[in-house]
Design a protein around this ligand. Structure first.
Ligand code: HEM
Length: 508
């Protein structure tokens, strides 16, 4: 009893949240012993991978990985392990990270050879699993077949009108901002644009963020009640939370007990995201649309802000590398004749595509929530930086000479592979030319995943990137407020903001 009181007193000093002492008592007295028992069982079951090195906490518990995801810097922590241990690193009791290019085809293969996604992805399910979050192979193939045609290059030709229309709304707003000559958060505006484009494609109407210069949207709960939410932050927080709770079945419960403002907000965001999708689907049903319907399910994950995050990062990289900027501007100026480029004008500019690939590969200098010193500014980060979780099937597999028993989770750490000097010459240099010099690099760019679970929206994302980057650079000059981009990683690795002053460019 005395101990309990002491514990309660201690918890009271940690947080003023009402009722937290009660929750904390249960966390400590029930959940942690259960977790320890679970870890012991897990250790016994995955004893076969005991010889793979890793930090003590990671070998025994999922907390090591969860902690680094919560900080938004999982890829850096995993990369440091590979620097220390080499190709194989144990990042959780049953998860081995494999930093070897040969592992890519084995882990992220095609057809019957493809490894299944692990239970990690259950955390991304809203109400029913989407194409992205479906784990079972057959179920996934069926769902993917249903929507794949809508994402083919041919089908996406229909979408150029949506891209151009939303781009027009965007430049009208940016032209107005130029007149005020104040700095704006360009990332926010790219987010508005991406949300409007995706919502236009999926639901038959833009969500209206560009027009309203705001990400506040009306959502509708299960009881039909409507209220307002910030769409961008709910998508972002929900995704970050899922990347943590996917690491262990108890984390959904445990994170509700921890008085961390991030967890409290993120759990609310999960509910709000469901409400947002519901509202949009209802509106689409009320206003029948003749536009191609890509399925409302796609709103489920991070899909709208991945493109905008990449656009911000790539523009930042271009502007902070004067030689690349000059070469790209010469190329764009000779290819584009209109002040608002059409997709036709930007769809086939090799140096633009090379710059986009290089930007995907080398996400900009930045370090989770920290300012960088001059030296570390030369290190670049990838949009998809984590290793995508897959599970070893019955019978086990041998990967890069090591046997893994069934049920083990394995992944290839994207950021580490994209820094591997055995693959990339000068891995820390931002040099788009490498993509024009060699045709053999694409298999090692993991931004869109690989194999049978690779990104279905890849073509769409490229279309959006091309038109947005080309339009912004040819129509405006951008003056960045800082030469440091601060980023954080949830499932995707994203900048936090991109402050810049926009001015209309004198036309060629
Ligand atoms: C730059 C933008 C984007 C990036 C970097 C990106 C990245 C990825 C990655 C890495 C995966 C594989 C996930 C895994 O294996 O766990 C994925 C899957 C997926 N993406 Fe994207 N994505 C982008 C844009 C989009 C867009 C715009 C859409 C749709 C409109 C989309 C739809 C999907 C779908 C449906 C899947 C699941 C595919 C499957 O499991 O069969 N993505 N994406």
């Amino acid at each position: 009893m005395e101990q309990r009181e002491l514990l309660l007193q201690f918890m009271n000093t940690l947080s003023p949240i009402k009722g937290v002492e009660y929750m904390a008592y249960w966390v400590v007295s029930v959940s942690i012993p259960l977790m320890i028992a679970y870890c012991l069982l897990l250790r016994k079951r995955f004893g076969d991978i005991d010889r793979i090195p890793g930090p003590f906490l990671a070998r025994w518990t999922p907390f090591w990985l969860a902690y680094h995801v919560r900080l938004g810097q999982r890829y850096q922590a995993v990369h440091r392990l590979h620097e220390k241990y080499g190709v194989f690193a144990r990042i959780s009791p049953n998860h081995v990270s494999i930093a070897d290019k040969d592992a890519i085809a084995i882990i992220y293969g095609h057809g019957s050879k493809a490894l299944q996604k692990s239970a990690f992805y259950d955390a991304f399910v809203n109400e029913t699993p989407s194409v992205f979050s479906t784990v079972g192979k057959e179920d996934h193939s069926r769902k993917r077949r249903l929507v794949a045609h809508a994402f083919s290059s041919q089908s996406l030709q229909h979408f150029t009108t949506f891209l151009e229309n939303n781009m027009h709304s965007f430049v009208c707003q940016m032209d107005r901002i130029c007149e005020s000559s104040r700095s704006v958060n360009a990332l926010l505006w790219f987010n508005y644009l991406s949300f409007d484009i995706l919502s236009d494609l999926v639901f038959g109407e833009p969500i209206g963020m560009i027009k309203n210069a705001s990400d506040i949207v009306t959502v509708q709960d299960v009881n039909g009640e409507t209220f307002e939410e910030h769409a961008i932050s709910i998508v972002d927080e929900r995704e970050h939370l899922a990347t943590i709770i996917g690491l262990h079945p108890s984390f959904n419960f445990l994170t509700r007990l921890i008085p961390d403002p991030f967890f409290i907000r993120a759990h609310k965001s999960s509910v709000a995201l469901g409400n947002l999708a519901r509202r949009q689907v209802l509106r689409r049903l009320q206003v029948p649309s003749t536009r191609v319907d890509i399925l409302a399910k796609l709103i489920e994950t991070h899909r709208s802000d991945t493109s905008s995050s990449s656009i911000s990062a790539i523009i930042f990289l271009i502007l902070t590398h004067p030689q690349v900027y000059k070469k790209l501007m010469d190329t764009l100026d000779s290819a584009i004749k209109s002040e608002e480029p059409t997709y036709e004008e930007v769809k086939d500019i090799p140096y633009l595509d090379a710059t986009i690939n290089e930007g995907y590969l080398f996400f900009p200098p930045g370090c989770q929530l920290n300012q960088l010193n001059k030296q570390s500014r030369l290190r670049y980060h990838a949009t998809t930086a984590i290793g995508l979780h897959r599970v070893v099937p019955e019978g086990g597999i041998t990967c890069c000479g090591v046997y893994f028993p069934p049920g083990t989770e394995i992944s290839v750490p994207a950021w580490t592979i994209q820094r591997d000097p055995k693959i990339w010459t000068d891995p820390n240099v931002f040099r788009p030319e490498r993509w024009l010099e060699s045709a053999d690099l694409k298999p090692f760019l993991l931004t869109f995943g690989k194999g049978s679970r690779a990104c279905l929206g890849r073509n769409l994302a490229y279309m959006e990137m091309r038109i947005v980057i080309a339009t912004v650079l040819t129509r405006y000059t951008l003056q960045l407020e800082s030469d440091v981009l601060i980023t954080k990683e949830g499932f995707m690795h994203k900048p936090l903001h991109l402050m810049a002053k926009f001015q209309r460019r004198q036309y060629h």
